[in-house]
Design a protein around this ligand. Structure first.
Ligand code: SF4
Length: 295
């Protein structure tokens, strides 16, 4: 009989994955601001382990186009449900929050909106434009769904000239059907490749992988080579953590030393910025990379 995820006991976290509880006032200020402006964050929706740390520092990753996703990936805690209509004033609210939080680098992501003809791409464009208007000079990073690889949708996002275009490969080729059954590995590579082909060095492309889902080191290295083959500039690698017992189980806790080995391998492959560590997520410490730092 197959073992269901809910029947697998959740293992105790190793010391390197335990995070401190919040103490800073900034955490509650971030909470109040997001409540007042009725904004969603992936920090909360995806049960990110860095929630306390990032909010205590006054950073957050905005999640636009609602909090209901049309996909049901095996790793992701964002709710799957029929989405509501887009809120026309959401781009302005994100812009206002960004301004009030005095962010120098903002990360904007969205649920997958397969119910919309453009996958929500124009909503991304409007949000980027609104943020830039209220916070001139800010670095804007988008973390997008795959838009089913539709050229028009990709172009709509690029039209607003984000500084960093992030789309996560999430896992190695072999595990993709189990981890993201409505996505494909090659489609994600295609999206990243198209963005790089169209904009070249005018923006940075970025992608991320979770490890600890049962992949082998050669498979991870193959994924890194695949990302470089489509010109991906930046990489994040982090430990997969099971958000609830209904999600895919953790197969292995990858040691900090192994994350260092992956980082070295990625740098040798030519990624210009690599963040690799147990608690690294797509947007963790994203502001440490300044796009102007590359020639
Ligand atoms: S790592 Fe990203 S998603 Fe997680 S709390 Fe920080 S900003 Fe939010």
């Amino acid at each position: 009989m197959p073992v269901l995820p809910s029947e697998v006991a959740r293992p105790r976290l190793p010391a390197w994955l335990r995070t401190p509880l919040p103490t800073a006032d900034t955490f509650s200020r971030t909470r109040s601001l997001l409540d007042e402006l009725k904004l969603h964050t992936v920090c909360e929706s995806a049960k990110c382990p860095n929630h306390w740390e990032c909010w205590s520092k006054g950073t957050a990753t905005f999640m636009i186009a609602g909090d209901r996703c049309t996909r049901a990936c095996g790793f992701c805690a964002v709710a799957t449900a029929k989405p509501l209509a887009l809120e026309a004033d959401e781009p302005l609210r994100v812009a206002e929050a960004t301004r009030r939080m005095r962010l120098r680098h903002v990360v904007i992501t969205a649920v997958a909106r397969d119910d919309l003809a453009d996958g929500g791409a124009d909503h991304f464009r409007r949000t980027i434009e609104a943020v830039r208007q209220l916070s001139p000079g800010i670095v804007i990073e988008v973390l997008t769904p795959d838009f089913n690889d539709h050229d028009d949708a990709i172009e709509a996002v690029l039209a607003a000239a984000p500084d960093i275009f992030n789309h996560n490969l999430e896992t190695i080729r072999r595990l993709t059907p189990a981890v993201r059954h409505r996505a494909t590995y090659d489609r994600s590579l295609s999206v990243l490749g198209k963005v790089k082909q169209r904009r070249g060095s005018a923006l940075h492309t970025k992608s991320g992988l979770m490890v600890g889902l049962g992949e082998t080191e050669p498979e991870v290295l193959a994924a890194l080579r695949d990302l470089r083959s489509v010109g991906c500039d930046m990489l994040t690698l982090g430990q997969y953590l099971q958000p609830t017992v209904k999600h895919l189980p953790v197969r292995e806790f990858i040691t900090p030393a192994q994350f260092v080995r992956y980082a070295r391998a990625a740098e040798e492959l030519g990624f210009v910025h690599v963040a690799s560590g147990p608690l690294v997520r797509s947007s963790y410490h994203a502001d440490e990379f300044q796009p102007g730092s590359r020639g």
